[in-house]
Design a protein around this ligand. Structure first.
Ligand code: ADP
Ligand code: PLP
Ligand code: MG
Length: 303
């Protein structure tokens, strides 16, 4: 490849990520219009140079935050069928990770865990990241009955990495997050039931300063916090993007602090562009350079 002049620092990073491209099996929702689920998660991973094998749990017209949508929740067997077809290609030994998000139905959750088991049988070093999509502080629980229990009792014990928002962390652990200390306790409680790496998104406790958004990452080595400005937006799909970015950066670096810093910086850039455009949908395509070279980098501090 010929470069015209010296490569920009960002380009070097972009090129270096191609050197450790991974294969990610991503099983979550799909929407035709807008960006949530796979329609939010797939492209950022691809933009970073990774291959994504996307399997859709639902195909909706748009995200459910609009209050109205159309389209099917696929039966669990449809997901099993596609996983079996991928397996028949003989490629599961080179699958580096499974990412799951919005399940649509608890029976789909079982199909996802079967896929995780098959991938891990084929490649014992593959890892499973479960984004436990249950709800959020404003809307409460927004998934079908049975899904929260399934995630708590079946998916969390199988997960290596989990990316709850504050509401989901409280819901899964029963620990009220009244401050950062309590958030660390809740994250440890979640680690005790399965995932050894936990990223908590959208932390806003009584201790959080005005105008600030916090994220917390906890692993076996410690806990770190990132703070960004709070943007005047309320969007869907940012959680799906941050889970995907955190998972691929963590697989690449094995550093929860670095993966959180990179993922949070990219999503901040994405949402800042979204706020400036006054868009109801996140600008996944228009702001794509933020995935590779975030305009502003927020460093993770040990806490
Ligand atoms: N209003 C906001 N201002 C700044 N960052 C935000 C805002 N909303 C979301 N984010 C970023 O996106 C991340 C994921 O969003 P979040 O709302 O936690 O996901 P989910 O949709 O899964 O609840 C947050 O941790 C934060 O980094
Ligand atoms: C179909 C679908 N998938 C996924 C999500 C999760 O989106 P978020 O990233 O905001 O948690 C939603 C939320 O409304 C949704 O409707
Ligand atoms: Mg979410």
């Amino acid at each position: 490849m010929e470069l015209d002049g010296a490569p920009a620092a960002g380009l070097e990073r972009e090129l270096s990520s191609w050197g450790c491209a991974m294969n990610i099996l991503s099983i979550q929702s799909h929407v035709a219009y807008g960006h949530v689920g796979n329609a939010s998660a797939v492209f950022p991973m691809q933009r970073l140079g990774h291959e994504v094998w996307a399997i859709n749990t639902v195909q909706f017209s748009n995200h459910t935050g609009y209050g109205a949508w159309r389209g099917p929740v696929f039966p669990a067997d449809a997901i099993r069928e596609v996983v079996a077809g991928v397996e028949e290609r003989g490629v599961l030994p080179v699958c580096d990770g499974v990412l799951s998000g919005y399940m649509g139905d608890a029976s789909i959750g079982e199909a996802i865990l079967d896929a995780v088991e098959r991938v891990k049988q084929a490649n014992p070093s593959a890892l499973y990241c479960c984004d436990p999509v249950i709800g959020d502080v404003g809307r409460g629980v927004f998934v079908r009955p049975g899904i929260p229990e399934f995630i708590r009792d079946r998916a969390m014990p199988a997960a290596d990495v989990a990316t709850p928002n504050q509401f989901e962390l409280e819901h899964l652990t029963g620990v009220a997050v009244g401050g950062l200390g309590a958030a660390k306790i809740a994250a440890s409680a979640l680690r005790a039931i399965g995932p050894k790496v936990v990223l908590v998104t959208s932390l806003q406790t009584p201790e959080t300063p005005d105008g600030v958004m916090e994220l917390l990452a906890v692993d076996g080595e410690g806990a770190w916090r990132v703070r960004t400005p709070l943007l005047p937006v309320s969007v869907n799909g940012a959680g799906d993007a941050i889970a995907a970015l955190f998972f691929v950066h963590w697989l690449t670096t094995r550093s929860a602090a670095e993966a959180m810093s990179k993922a949070a910086s990219s999503v901040y850039g994405l949402l800042k562009a979204t706020a400036e455009a006054g868009s109801r949908e996140i600008l996944t395509v228009a702001a794509q350079d933020e995935f590779v070279r975030p305009s502003r980098v927020f460093v993770a501090e040990p806490i």
